[in-house]
Design a protein around this ligand. Sequence first.
Ligand code: CA
Length: 556
Amino acid sequence: MPAKNYASTRFSGLDQINASNVKKLRVAWTVSTGHDRGHEAGPLVVGDTMYFVTPFPNDLIAIDLNNPGSVKWVYRPRELATSAQGVACCDVVNRGAAYANGKIFFNALDGRTCAVDAKSGKEVWVTHVADYPHGETITMAPLVVKNKVLVGNSGGEMGVRGWVTALDAETGKLAWRAYNTGPDKDVLIGANFHPFYDSDKGKDLGVTTWPHDAWKIGGGTMWGWISYDPDLDLLYHGTANPGPWNPELRKGDNKWTAGIFARRPDNGEAIWFYQWSPHDTFDYDGINEQLLLDLRIGGEPRKVLVRPERNGYMYVLDRATGQVLSADPYAYITSTKGVDLKTGRLINDPSKAPGTNKLASDICPAAPGAKDWQPSAFSPRTGWLYVPHQNLCMEEEGAEVNYIEGTPYVGANVKMFAGPGGHRGEFDAWDPVLRKKIWSIRENFPVWSGALATAGDVVFYGTLDGWFKAVHARTGQLLWQIKLSSGIIGQPITYKAPDGKQYVTIAAGVGGWAGAIVSGGLDPRDPTAALGFVNAMSDLPKATNKGGVIYTFGLP
Ligand code: CA
């Protein structure tokens, strides 16, 4: 699975490549994907085959590891709707595939989930789950739990209504769907729902915490990561920002957006919920990765969920109950003043709230948050998280906006810029028990790639201008780097090949929201392009060029 395991640690026990010899890494083989939009996916290795999903048109490429660099087959979903590209907010990325029971599962941008025979590349089933003319797309990597393929939608900037859906892995038939706004019966909230905090208790809060009917076009999509605890039999998924961005148009807590659900995989029923950002005013989608760890907190062993959240706080939650055990800033924050551990609520700064024709300035973190979708890793050898993230602030002004199906529903003008220090990215080691940063690497551009930690005490990540780096897990010391043909927004992996040797793979291919100025050829003179991200990235086109290439590195 993309995150390596259900706990989403992205930690590999392989140690042939280690802190002493990583400097000898060299290119073993490459495969061009033939596509030039943002490559956010991590490859999967199953047996002697590597699988990779490209951005739209979502080719599933199978690479033969017995004959490295040779392509076994390519599966492309049939009759792809090219107009789906027009409703994708921020490039036409795909975040990867999942494997189970001889099949590869992945999502196509135009709203379909595909199951493909892992050996032959033949289609097993395709299920239409999202409606792109309505503004829904799919970019996330599915997770397979108990023979169910879990999928969520994108389109929070298009006035869609968020959901998570489970499909039968053998047939593709709908098992259940849970909406993230609306009446309890749609959200699959029933007798077994026990949120920890009072503000999440009550009937039909997904309706009553919105102005009349606003929940029907209120966002709360699920385009990020899902984790699963087999012992508690709970799956965990976040929910994205409420829409539109202009908060005046949706007074209230806007449940169940910008939060996290624990659900039963069998029927989807909600067990608990916690809201990171009630009445979110900054596009702080709550869909980041959650790492399920067993840690000693205050001397006691606790089953926790660690979430580097978009709003800038590193949360540690009891994953059985949803109680917040700690929430500490891991980035520069002006937008809020902390988290009240008694009520669980984020403490807002009213002076930072944008409104219609009301400009709020120096909002940190900016709309992509202190960290966006790019997943962290955790090493049990150090006990630390490795967190790729941004150092961006913004100004935001609300604007009038009317809902028109299948068109942007944002109502805000945004300009982003570098945070304090002038660097736009960071790569940090964070101790979730001591609740502090251990070391930090400053990067010129936002670090939009995932992280990988290994038993060789090496941590890998990539930069938007194309440097693929290995750093020491304990010190952050740069051990090795190589400049690739395009900026890196993918997820590094490591694996043992049929020849018995360890390799490291990363896809280059700049793009995504941060790199859309390059992959989408956006005009650097328009600061509000890409929802204001272009203002912070006008120098990226000089630093890298587009084009997808899968790179694999090995020792000589
Ligand atoms: Ca969003």
